[in-house]
Design a protein around this ligand. Structure first.
Ligand code: PMP
Length: 407
């Protein structure tokens, strides 16, 4: 069992070797997207260099190799989130598309006027807008779980919202702004007690936590490849088999059918029923490399390292006068949002970039959450397996200098 060595981990990520504005890059925008290890880049290059072909229908060697690689990712994902079977893994364009798929298929089939859909105050827009659109179309009602000052869901309020009108509870597993880890297992059990279906937005959790969809007992789970060291443009929707089977198709086209006549069409079996057209083959193939790499480094070791960074950065940031951390949940991942008195987050972001430090600023696609805190936005530093304490020191020094300049 090898020890975790951050210097060795960093060597796998070519982008970390570059400079920005003449300074070594400090990449703290991992909640937006992670950098890619060489293994992922190699998987893309290897696919396009040696076995680029369309999948599933071909009988020639390249098509067989491409199909095998594409389907191998499905098996790897199945194991990674502990799904019961590979047919329950649907490839999408990302977490956003996974949620829209459920809203447009299960949602349109099952949500009626007067039904209630529960989400929370800390949702990303991608877990608000699809349900808002569905609610508008059907005359359904969105109910919102409030949060406390520390950025934790108010569970007693959640239980009060539950009733026989509740048809869906769709909740973010880990907040992209606050880093809060939500008690999704309890939420799912609560939702099931009134017969509601559940969706977990795992866009931010899959990279940090061990995911076991069977233990969670969620009905749907979505995540994005690019937030877990994989390429952009591919994501995963997991669903319980009975639900996926009962749902109408999402998009029509090739692959998702068995037989097509102008007056009668039969749809394909799972998972292909939901994968119309030529999928994103290259990026899906490379997602396997990302998951294998993460597993090889060791999720537990990554988590311990990230927790150390979180504690260290939190301590250091709290020393800075006028700085306030937004979100102090007891259970959180390595994401820190903060505001500085009399300083606009965007100015912080621009001046930190001049020092080679990449943080995100703004509302982070969570405008209702900003409304809860009565702020227009935050600056956010989010840490991945390859970040270091020295980089946090650079952030702290940078912040002190930048704040002095701005005040
Ligand atoms: N949910 C959360 C919590 C996210 O952080 C994000 C990405 N910022 C998404 C959903 C959407 O993911 P994607 O843009 O990859 O579809």
């Amino acid at each position: 069992d090898k020890a975790f060595n951050v210097a060795a981990v960093r060597k796998h990520f070519p982008a970390l070797q570059r400079e920005v504005k003449g300074k070594p890059l400090v990449y703290f925008d991992n909640a937006a997207t992670t950098q890619k290890p060489q293994a992922v880049i190699d998987a893309l290059v290897n696919y396009y260099s040696h076995y680029n072909a369309n999948i599933h229908r071909g009988i020639h060697t390249l098509a067989e190799e491409a199909t095998a690689a594409f389907e191998a990712t499905r098996d790897t994902v199945q194991q990674f989130i502990n799904a019961a079977s590979r047919e329950q893994i649907i490839f999408t364009g990302g977490a956003t598309e996974g949620i829209n798929l459920v809203a447009q298929t299960w949602g349109r089939q099952n949500i009626k006027a007067g039904d209630e859909i529960i989400i929370s105050s800390m949702e990303h827009h991608s877990n608000i807008v699809p349900w808002y659109m569905l609610a508008q179309e059907k005359g359904a009602v969105l109910k919102i779980i409030p949060i406390n000052e520390d950025g934790e869901l108010m569970m007693d309020e959640f239980h009060k919202l539950l009733s026989e009108k509740t048809k869906l509870v769709s909740i973010v597993h880990v907040s992209n702004v606050l880093g809060t880890i939500n008690p999704v297992k309890n939420i799912i059990a609560g939702a099931h007690s009134v017969g509601a279906v559940t969706l977990v937005d795992g866009a931010q959790s899959t990279v940090h936590l061990d995911i076991d969809v069977q233990d969670l007992d969620c009905d749907f789970f979505v995540f994005s490849s690019h937030k877990i060291y994989g390429p952009t443009g591919v994501g995963v929707l997991y669903g319980k088999k009975e639900l996926l089977e009962s749902m109408p198709p999402y998009q029509g086209g090739g692959e998702m059918i068995k037989d097509v006549y102008f007056d009668a069409i039969t749809y394909n079996d799972l998972p292909y029923k939901f994968e119309a057209g030529t999928p994103n083959i290259a990026d899906t193939v490379a997602l396997k490399a990302a998951l294998d790499f993460t597993k090889w480094i060791g999720k537990q070791k990554i988590r311990e390292h990230e927790n150390e960074l979180l504690c260290y950065a939190t301590e250091q940031l709290m020393q800075i006068e006028g700085l306030k951390i937004i979100g102090n949940a007891k259970n959180k991942v390595s994401v820190i949002s903060f505001v500085v008195e009399k300083v606009h987050p965007q100015d912080l972001g621009i001046l930190l970039d001049n020092r080679g430090i990449a943080v995100r600023t703004g509302h982070h696609c969570a405008q209702p959450l900003m409304e809860c805190y009565k702020i227009p936005g935050t600056a956010r530093a989010s840490f991945a397996m390859y970040n270091t304490k020295e980089e946090i020191d650079s952030l702290i020094t940078g912040l002190q200098k930048v704040i002095k300049m701005l005040l």
